[in-house]
Ligand binder design. Structure first.
Ligand code: NDP
Length: 286
């Protein structure tokens, strides 16, 4: 079995190029989508994410508004800033970079974001919309997983998908999206018994565990499709996923690498959400 590698970087690039054309058309109509990014504190990983998001905005021709606040900022100051951004007509998307400093209630801040501008898809209104099949903004990493499968011509309908992980930002929403695509979905977590037996039945495995190289080739059914959401460091400090990439060679039919798989899709889908939010708010037909 020749295992094919899904090139997330190149798929993400195609999405950004499509969005660039869409933004050009919007700009000709006098609409420039705008994303506001709020960063509190000096978390180095968050600083890298925020800078990549700003670069992506620039690439596709969107405006970005950046608010980099010191870690002593109060919760009230962040809530007030979100309120101002909710009312700003030039801002179509608001992203508050998580994690926030410990003295802030993340949920309270997420709840404050106008659901129409919630491009991370974390507001309960958007989460609820996803769960009952209404239109809304879908969180970026789970949306990226579905887009990777679709753009690699991998059929989801009728397939048995095993999602390992049940977090609010990856495991749960990706499971709902797979269900919406007519898959049969099994969700596994730390209390799941005989995980290997469950994985052996999977046509498609989505790994979102947060443990380096946790899923190995011997746990898979032959020709399974493997989507690795994990971002970890291995024993040598090298970036790796939740899946042991090497041992899946020759067993999996398709696999995403880390880095270069799901990661680049998250930003592409964030840009997609910003453009969608702008067209919704400006009353432009998609
Ligand atoms: P969380 O820590 O929030 O969730 C991990 C999940 O894995 C939990 O549901 C947990 O179960 C489950 N789990 C832990 N140990 C086991 C085990 N031994 N067997 C089965 N399940 C287990 O992580 P996230 O969902 O936030 O992130 C998962 C991974 O994805 C991380 O590596 C993270 O860095 C990465 N990530 C990547 C993104 C990207 O853009 N590519 C974006 C977001 C995350 P339980 O609920 O029972 O505790």
């Amino acid at each position: 079995m020749n295992t094919q590698i899904i090139d997330g970087k190149s798929i993400a690039q195609s999405i950004k190029d499509e969005l660039k054309m869409k933004v050009q058309t919007l700009r000709e109509q006098g609409i420039t989508p705008g994303l506001a990014v709020v960063l509190v504190g000096e978390n180095p990983a968050s600083q890298v994410y925020v800078s990549n998001k700003k670069k992506a905005c620039e690439y596709i021709g969107m405006k970005s508004f950046s608010y980099e606040l010191p870690s002593e900022t109060t919760e009230k100051e962040v809530l007030d800033l979100v309120e101002t951004l909710n009312n700003d007509k030039n801002v179509h998307g608001i992203l508050v970079q998580l994690p926030l400093p410990k003295h802030m209630d993340e949920q309270k801040i997420i709840l404050k974001i106008d659901p129409l501008k919630d491009v991370d898809g974390f507001h309960p209104q958007n989460v609820g919309a996803l769960s009952i099949g209404l239109n809304g903004l879908i969180s970026c990493t789970p949306a990226g997983v579905i887009e990777l499968l679709k753009r690699s011509q991998i059929e989801i309908a009728g397939k048995h998908c095993v999602v390992v992980g049940r977090s609010n930002i990856v495991g749960k929403p990706v499971s709902l999206l797979l269900l919406r695509e007519h898959a049969t979905v099994t969700i596994c977590h730390s209390r799941t018994k005989n995980l290997s037996d469950v994985l052996k039945q999977a046509d498609i495995v989505i790994a979102a565990v947060g443990i380096a190289k946790f899923i190995t080739g011997t746990m898979l059914k032959s020709e399974a499709v493997v989507i690795d959401v994990g971002i970890n460091r291995d024993e040598n400090g090298k970036l790796c996923g939740d899946v042991d990439f090497q041992s899946c060679q020759g067993v999996a039919s398709y696999i995403t690498p880390v880095p270069g798989g799901v990661g680049p899709m998250t930003i592409a889908m964030l840009m997609h959400n910003c453009v969608l939010a702008a067209t919704n708010q400006e009353g432009v037909l998609n």
